[in-house]
Ligand binder design. Structure first.
Ligand SMILES: *[C@@H]1O[C@H](CO)[C@@H](O)[C@H](O)[C@H]1NC(C)=O
Ligand SMILES: *[C@@H]1O[C@H](CO)[C@@H](O)[C@H](O)[C@H]1NC(C)=O
Ligand SMILES: *[C@@H]1O[C@H](CO)[C@@H](O)[C@H](O)[C@H]1NC(C)=O
Ligand SMILES: *[C@@H]1O[C@H](CO)[C@@H](O)[C@H](O)[C@H]1NC(C)=O
Ligand SMILES: *[C@@H]1O[C@H](CO)[C@@H](O)[C@H](O)[C@H]1NC(C)=O
Ligand SMILES: *[C@@H]1O[C@H](CO)[C@@H](O)[C@H](O)[C@H]1NC(C)=O
Ligand SMILES: *[C@@H]1O[C@H](CO)[C@@H](O)[C@H](O)[C@H]1NC(C)=O
Length: 455
């Protein structure tokens, strides 16, 4: 996975609050699950009625709620009527299977209670995600032995009871392979993860509760470090997985190339080095490893990554077309990471718990609303006249460029969300999961993907 190492840098640059609870970046199961037909073309947003805990063809329209952005979007203000559920981020793993971290930081458990109450008031399901980029350090030990798995199951069921949750989402980045700098991992992780999930599924405390996962664009790795060619057993324990098809490219990528954050397709690129993952290849990879399409939810991004790009490289012409300046694709960016939007706080240099020095700087993340606030896009999400603009045919995502600051951003807009909605429908996927609820503006993205799926 190309983006693992680089994300260390990206996420280490998040503000301390976010650093503590990382950005990303769940049925009873059996044969019945795989024979469930694909979702109907018209999604039914059915609220919390679907609590059977086993195979169901209910369409999933969900989002993660980043608790450290609760002052930007309060839980009551989530567009509950448009979602089937939402997932609170995060509880983190600690070096003790009887406990979790982050939820015990000031105010976080209260935020979770408010979130669950808001979901239930709206008759929607509320889940909690465990792990995340900087919260996955101890999954390996927590599921590393029978005794630890038993303890970790008890901890998980305890969270469900304590917070009145409707499900748990596992965001282990990543079993059996490198993720963030400090993560412990070992060859049996994927097998141990499955054993843990089977035990969790059988626990009476999980009856009627969802078990989901946020996954990489490629299947879990096996003991040889290669991506597993058979992950079908996971389909029996997960209600669904959300494939995190974002951060595929960023200023952290190799060769300092500007590429799409969340490509829909990468099988159409002209240069093979540009094929680093996409929704099309991720779904192909998971389904060919035996994971059914109707248990795959596409992770979609309400944010983009920024790059510093010389004007001479960025623009293919200084003559406007339809108000904007034509942009070049796949250009080289400068080493400097520009600041993102108002939520992107400058982070001082720091040292991780395993001793790696993280330089000071910005993550460079622009939420969709932030591109509007910062004047790249107008209030309805179209490029402002005079900006550089490109809608890339292969990735089916937009790029925008500000000539004065020489900042280019690869992001998602209504058009790219509609393309992803069409793909979800055509591929018989279960639905979508947006990282993160606070990133959208007036539901422009959410309405667009729902519109495409319902049409
Ligand atoms: C689904 O759940 C229902 C009710 O909990 C149960 O009766 C049924 O056996 C389950 N089916 C499968 C395939 O797990
Ligand atoms: C939260 O709990 C974990 C696990 O017991 C512990 O390591 C951590 O120090 C606690 N954090 C706070 C702020 O109490
Ligand atoms: C509960 O839902 C109603 C609308 O159905 C809304 O007016 C109210 O603000 C909600 N309360 C909370 C605490 O979310
Ligand atoms: C079980 O958990 C303890 C506490 O985190 C840890 O020290 C130990 O290494 C774990 N065992 C395995 C086999 O991972
Ligand atoms: C992806 O690209 C391939 C190759 O050009 C094309 O055949 C396929 O239709 C594309 N898929 C989508 C969903 O755009
Ligand atoms: C960064 O360091 C400066 C100078 O030491 C300090 O004033 C500031 O509070 C620090 N910022 C953060 C987010 O820790
Ligand atoms: C011109 O730009 C407007 C606003 O962004 C857009 O709605 C329209 O489709 C564009 N027309 C063409 C021909 O690209």
């Amino acid at each position: 996975m190309l983006y693992m190492g680089p994300l260390t840098t990206l996420l280490a640059l998040l503000p301390l609050s976010a650093w503590a609870a990382p950005m990303c970046k769940l049925r009873s199961g059996s044969a019945a699950a795989s024979s469930t037909p694909p979702p109907a073309a018209t999604p039914t947003v059915s609220g919390s009625s679907s609590t059977s805990g086993n195979a169901s063809s209910d369409f999933i329209a969900t989002t993660w709620y980043a608790s450290w952005h609760s002052s930007t979007l309060s839980a009551q203000d989530i567009s509950w009527d448009k979602y089937t559920s939402a997932t609170f981020a995060f509880a983190t793993t600690v070096d003790d299977p009887t406990a979790v971290g982050y939820l015990n930081e000031t105010g976080v458990a209260d935020d979770l209670r408010v979130f669950v109450a808001a979901a239930h008031n709206a008759t929607k399901e509320a889940y909690l995600t465990i792990g995340g980029w900087t919260g996955s350090a101890y999954f390996s030990v927590n599921v590393g032995s029978d005794a630890n798995r038993t303890a970790f199951v008890k901890t998980m069921v305890g969270l469900v009871e304590q917070y009145d949750l409707d499900g748990l989402d596992f965001d282990w980045e990543y079993p059996g392979t490198t993720g963030a700098d400090c993560n412990i991992y070992q060859p049996d992780d994927t097998a141990n993860f499955l054993s843990f999930l089977q035990a969790l599924r059988q626990d009476p405390g999980m009856t009627g509760k969802k078990i989901t996962a946020a996954t990489s664009i490629l299947p879990f790795v096996g003991p040889d470090g290669a991506h597993s060619t058979d992950v079908s057993a996971f389909a029996d324990v997960f209600d669904y997985i959300s494939i995190m098809n974002y951060d595929v490219w960023g200023s952290f990528s190799a060769n300092q190339m500007v590429g799409p954050n969340a490509p829909l397709n990468d099988t159409c690129v002209s240069d093979p080095s540009q094929a680093q993952g996409s929704a099309v290849s991720a779904v192909a990879a998971w389904t060919s490893a035996g994971f059914p399409a109707n248990k795959i939810v596409l992770g979609v991004a309400s944010y983009g990554h920024s790059y510093q790009v010389d004007q001479s490289k960025a623009l293919s012409s200084t003559t406007p077309t339809n108000g904007t300046l034509p942009l070049n694709a796949w250009v080289q960016h400068e080493a400097t990471q520009p600041a993102g939007d108002a939520l992107d706080a400058f982070a001082n240099a720091s040292t991780t718990s395993c001793g790696t020095t993280v330089p000071a700087g910005y993550s460079g993340v622009f939420n969709f609303f932030g591109l509007i606030d910062k004047g790249f896009l107008d209030a309805i999400g179209n490029p402002v006249a005079g900006k550089g603009y490109l809608f890339d045919d292969c990735s089916q995502t937009p790029f925008i460029y500000d000539v004065d600051s020489q900042v280019m951003v690869s992001y998602d807009n209504a058009q790219s969300f509609a393309a992803k909605g069409d793909f979800i429908k055509q591929s018989g996927l279960r639905g979508f999961a947006m990282w993160e609820a606070a990133g959208d503006s007036n539901d422009i993205l959410l309405d667009s993907i729902m519109g495409a799926i319902s049409s």
